[in-house]
Write a protein of this length. Sequence first.
Length: 403
Amino acid sequence: MQGKRIVLGIGGGIAAYKTPSLVRQLVAAGMDVIPVLTESAHHFVTATVLTTLSGNRVRADLWDLDAENSMGHIELARWADTLLIAPATANLLARLAHGQSDDLLTTLYLATTAPTIVAPAMNVEMWNHTATKRNIGALKTDGVHVIGPEHGEQACGEIGLGRMLEPEDIVSQLLATTGPISASMEGIRVLVTAGPTRESIDPVRYITNASSGKQGYAIAEAARDAGAVVRLVSGPVALPSPRGVQQIPVTTAAEMKAAVLDLAGDIDIMFGVAAVADYRPIRSEPHKIKKTQQNGPSISMDLVENDDILASVAALPDPPYLVGFAAETQNPIKNAVHKRERKCLDAIVVNDVSDRSIGFDSDENEVTLLHADGETTFDRSTKAQIANKLVSAISALYAKKRT
Ligand code: PMT
């Protein structure tokens, strides 16, 4: 994670007293930290301490002309690789959720395309209040990562959920969320396909599969965090759009193929994570198919094969580095080796989806990466962690192929 640039937003809660320790630990992990205080944060921690520990001038005021002249707030928003807000008080969360920009920190939140992580801290009743829950829900929908709070004794003497995570836990969650920076993809153009496709039977029915898009979205985010310019061609999923990633929504396999081929000449690495329907109904009925006596107790449908998207890209004159995925329920490695050869892929990532706790729609995965020089298994962990490891491994394989 060396060299990662963190804007650390500090809200006005008692937990702000832990931020000098947080700054020390972020700096010790190799990060460049610029602290940004809200007006009320000054009551709990001093700018002098934070400047000394971070080695950077603390920012606090949107109207500080000296600071604005050295690095304006829009420049600061662009400088950040990650916006980390700790502690995030109930008031600060409400302002963020409503898109207010009435001070430097909330303005930075709106102006940055970097991933945002918030570590809430407040009294247990405030955390449990419907308004706070609503604000947290809205922030999550907007793509903000919420870490904590934890259960324990609070400054007010009450016991319950609301304590900010300890600095060491914030640092490790930050590393898990944003990934190791050593996987540099600086300036590399990456295309990710994710989610399922839907093949229409009639206006109200379709053929699809159980892909949630989680693994593909995590890969798009990991590549973005490693410095890549990322495009995400996504089937219909219920996930927030990753910040700083160009998203192209599609529905059918044919639309996904068209969107991919439109971009393929302009990319360096493609991850085909989408679970594309292999077949579609030969025709989509213009009106809802009725249940009639005439049809009898069973009906049948003719299906036609969809074009293979990865194979179409592999057939281009100068194809990108191609990474396919294989969801298998039997002989996963053997089938994936065959699939890699058949589709002319540089590498393939194998999921054994016979285990329902990994693969489709789960929060965790366990995969094996197969390529020309061998194979590596990434043990069970979150899809974000798997994505970081895959991005690391693929950036090394891509660099090797180029030289
Ligand atoms: O989305 P999640 O819920 O997080 O689940 C993740 C996942 C299980 C969907 C993902 O990790 C995964 O394994 N994706 C590939 C699933 C799949 O459909 O595999 P496949 O064996 O059918 O296809 C092999 C490869 O060919 C895939 O890269 C696929 O994108 C590609 N393909 C398939 C059909 C087609 N017409 N064109 C293609 O390019």
